[in-house]
Each structure stands twice: as C-alpha cells, then as structure tokens.
Design a protein around this ligand. Sequence first.
Ligand SMILES: Nc1ncnc2c1ncn2[C@@H]1O[C@H](COP(=O)(O)OP(=O)(O)O)[C@@H](O)[C@H]1O
Ligand SMILES: [Mg+2]
Length: 311
Amino acid sequence: MPTLDVSVVGELNLDIIFYGLPEKLELEREHLAKELSITLGSSSAIFAHNLSCLGDRVGFSSCIGSDPLGEICLKRLGEGGVDISQVRKFAGKTTGLTAILPQRKERYILTYPGTMYDLSLAHLDLSYIFSAKHLHLSSYFLQKGLRPAMVELFRKAKEAGLSTSLDTNDDPDNRWSPDIQLVFKYVDILLPNENEACKLAGAADFRQAAEILSKKVPLVVIKRGSQGAYARRGAEKLEGFPPPVTSVDVVGAGDSFDAGFIRQFIRGASPADCLQYANIVGIAKPSCASTPLPWQAAIAPLARRGTLQSG
Ligand SMILES: Nc1ncnc2c1ncn2[C@@H]1O[C@H](COP(=O)(O)OP(=O)(O)O)[C@@H](O)[C@H]1O
Ligand SMILES: [Mg+2]
C-alpha cells in the first residue's frame, strides 16, 4: 500500500492579495486597497493544501528560506494536513513571495521567486516521493533548479508505477521552450489554462491546442475560467462547466480545480466525473476549517450519487 496518495513537488510561498484597488494604477501615486489577504500561495502549495483538505494523503517536497514568511507557509500547509517533512530550509535564503492585484476580470501577478529557483533533484528524496500513487508538479517554468532533471524525475516516477500530472502555469519569460515537450512523454494528465495551452501547442485556439497536445499526452484538460474546462483523451472530447455562481474569487481556482480532478482520477473515476468534480472544487476552494463551508454543501449531492468517495 502506498504511504501517500499524492506527492507534490514544487514551489512554496505566500500570496498577498490587494482587493479593491483602483483600475488604473499610476506611478508616484498612493493607491489604496479595500481589503488585504495574506494567504498560502504558489500553485504547488495551494494544490497540495486543497487536495489534503479534500481528504487525500499528500506529501510536499519543496523548500523555503530562513525567514518568517517561509515559516508561515509551513504552518499553513501543516494545518491543512499536508506532510511537510520534505520541505527543506535553506539558511540565508529568502522565501519567494507573490503580490496579486485583482482587477475586474483579470489580475496582475508579481512574484519574487526567492528559493523557488533553488530546489533541485539533489534535494528530493525519491523513495519518499515514489511512495505515492501519483506525482503532481505545478509551475514548470518557475522550477529553474529542477528543470534540467525534470525528464528524469517524471520518467522515474512512471517506472515506479505512479501516474503523473503537470500544470505548467505561465512562463514568465514567455519562451515556452521545447524542453517541456520531452517531459510530456511521461505525463498522464496535462492541466494548462486556455492561454497556456495555446502557447504550449503553438495553437490559435483551445480546441486546436487540445488536438495538438492530445497527441503528446494521454489526457489534456484545458481550464477556461467561467467557461469551465475542455478535455481531450485521444479522439474523445469532453466539456464540463462550473455550477452557476454570482461572484467568484479566481485566485487559486486553477489549482483547486487540479486538486479536484486528481482526487477523482486516482480513484479511477471517468474523465467526465473528474471534470464535474474539478469544476465544483475550482470555485469552492476547499478549506480545512472545521465549520461547514459552501464547498462541502456543493459536493454533498455528488457524494450521495456515488461520484465521490469521501476521505
Ligand atoms: N469566473 C468563474 N466562474 C466560474 N468558475 C470559474 C471562474 N473562474 C474559474 N472558475 C473555475 O475554476 C477553474 C480554473 O480556473 P481558470 O481561471 O481557468 O484556471 P487558472 O487559474 O489555472 O488560470 C475553471 O475551470 C472553473 O471550474
Ligand atoms: Mg493555473
């Protein structure tokens, strides 16, 4: 029996979110936010945290610096039930940080990478990582230290019998360099958003991107914000939509979607069921708070219909 359900390898930092800023930001002016949220950030950590909150056993392999921000990240992950024993602390280094400035439908995302660039294969305990059923990696282009060994990591995971998933997220350099195509050979599920899928495939639209990427990975799931998600498994095409909602905080929606999808996938659910559940988790953003939250109410009917196994 694997010790873990899912191993997550990736970056760890806090997000500072400035809500309610003016739409037009001007240099040398003081702009006031209406609300501030300091929360667990980074695609990898949000995925790990939210998957753990859904009930899976999640191990996180990452690193932080020797600063209080890193300690807060660790505390939040630990409170979410994630195994943080494989998070390395690098003395004298600074943990990364992201500032998010949401605008009407989009957001500015400003990141200081810090220790994100320092994680390398030498810091990973592969026997720990491969004790899981599944390996997930987020933010490929931010893993500068790991990138040279990414093919090896994924190849070894497949050899060890794990299923694998990859959410590339954005490439801050906007190069989308071809080394990632070599990793695709060992990826079972690719989870980009629409823009990322088009960039990865060199395609004009998400359907064409899915067509191209479906020849490289067995299952492509393209996240489309309020339009839900579009999946391709070979020639099979699927669409899933989020339940109607009046307002959504989209920060972390893609990572929460991924967590929902993988939770179902490793239980052998069909892509259609994975999509349905992921679209709910995407907007519901699971939390480990003990009081019932809207997402729990939202997934209860699915659980009753047997689509879900509760953790
Ligand atoms: N405005 C929205 N309304 C409803 N659901 C949304 C909205 N934005 C995101 N979602 C849900 O979250 C998922 C992932 O969001 P998306 O923005 O596409 O990903 P990413 O954060 O990776 O760019 C969507 O597939 C959908 O299920
Ligand atoms: Mg994303």
